[in-house]
Design a protein around this ligand. Structure first.
Ligand code: NAP
Length: 248
């Protein structure tokens, strides 16, 4: 059966590493981006040049109409979706709760939580064996922040990831008898550009000594955990959490 994978927010960082590794394992991949078309197109070209199959689709996954168009494009250009990685995530300038505006809270929760619900919904509608689908796998990318709460820097981001954890728990049980596995990867400190949006581009280097392994992680190391959860090797695993964080 042809494996068709959507990775949301995959123009760079953990999403790009996941899309690339998946293509090397034989998945036809939909790369999704919001604004950086150049990075998404470069990744698509890299995959296709290596003999893989990929499309790049612009869509703000926090917007329902965009999500519906994204899934319809996959239906038409790649065929029935068999795997989804919910990977988008944003964080904003480090501050305490008392400095957080309601606009910021809406941005963080809409992008980090609502988008995951919208994409899971479209995936389940297509994958569910109760609806004539062939089953499938979903991996949600949460964060170690959901376990520690991230006081003084971004408890909004940490709380949004707590919601992702609970979505994983509930949905995994809701669709377990419909051929769909739902799991979660919680990265720790990973070298990507997300830290710059928090106003702290050197965060991973600065905090590396606090990690039990004494180093930050690479996006490819997170991608390996995600790919295992998508693979048949994890066939009896659902509602599970892998902490890719250099020990907890
Ligand atoms: P990143 O380098 O900042 O990449 C995030 C990607 O998401 C960007 O390519 C961005 O594309 C895209 N994106 C953001 N909002 C979007 C939207 N509404 N619709 C479509 N695409 C959107 O982030 P990352 O570090 O790889 O993070 C990936 C995931 O891992 C996130 O869920 C993050 O919370 C989680 N995580 C990361 C770390 C870490 O240390 N890096 C640790 C724990 C968890 P555009 O630029 O085009 O908007």
């Amino acid at each position: 059966m042809k494996e068709v994978l959507l990775v949301t927010g995959s123009g760079r960082g953990i999403g790009a590493a996941t899309a690339l590794l998946a293509s090397q394992r034989g998945y036809a991949v939909c790369i999704n981006y919001r604004s950086d078309a150049g990075a998404a197109e470069a990744l698509r070209e890299r995959i296709v040049t290596a003999g893989g199959e990929a499309i790049a689709v612009q869509a703000d996954v926090a917007v329902e109409a965009d999500v519906q168009r994204l899934f319809a494009t996959i239906d038409a250009q790649l065929g029935p979706i068999t795997a989804l990685v919910n990977n988008v995530g944003v964080l904003e300038k480090q501050c305490k709760l008392t400095e957080m505006s309601v606009e910021r809270l809406h941005r963080v929760f809409t992008t980090n939580v609502i988008s995951y619900f919208l994409c899971c919904k479209e995936a389940v509608l297509r994958m569910s064996t109760a609806r004539g689908g062939q089953g499938g796998r979903i991996v949600n990318v949460s964060s170690g922040a959901s376990r520690v709460g991230s006081p003084n820097v971004y408890i909004d981001y940490a709380a949004s990831k707590g919601a992702v954890d609970t979505l994983t728990l509930g949905l995994s049980k809701e669709v377990a008898a419909e051929g769909i596995r739902v799991n979660c990867v919680r990265p720790g400190l990973i070298y990507t550009e997300i830290h710059a949006s928090g106003g702290d581009p050197g965060r991973v280097e600065r905090m590396a000594a606090t990690v039990p392994m004494q180093r930050g992680g690479q996006p490819e190391e997170v991608a390996e955990a995600i790919l295992w959860l998508l693979s048949p090797q994890s066939s009896y695993v659902s509602g599970a959490f892998i902490d890719a964080a250099g020990a907890r």
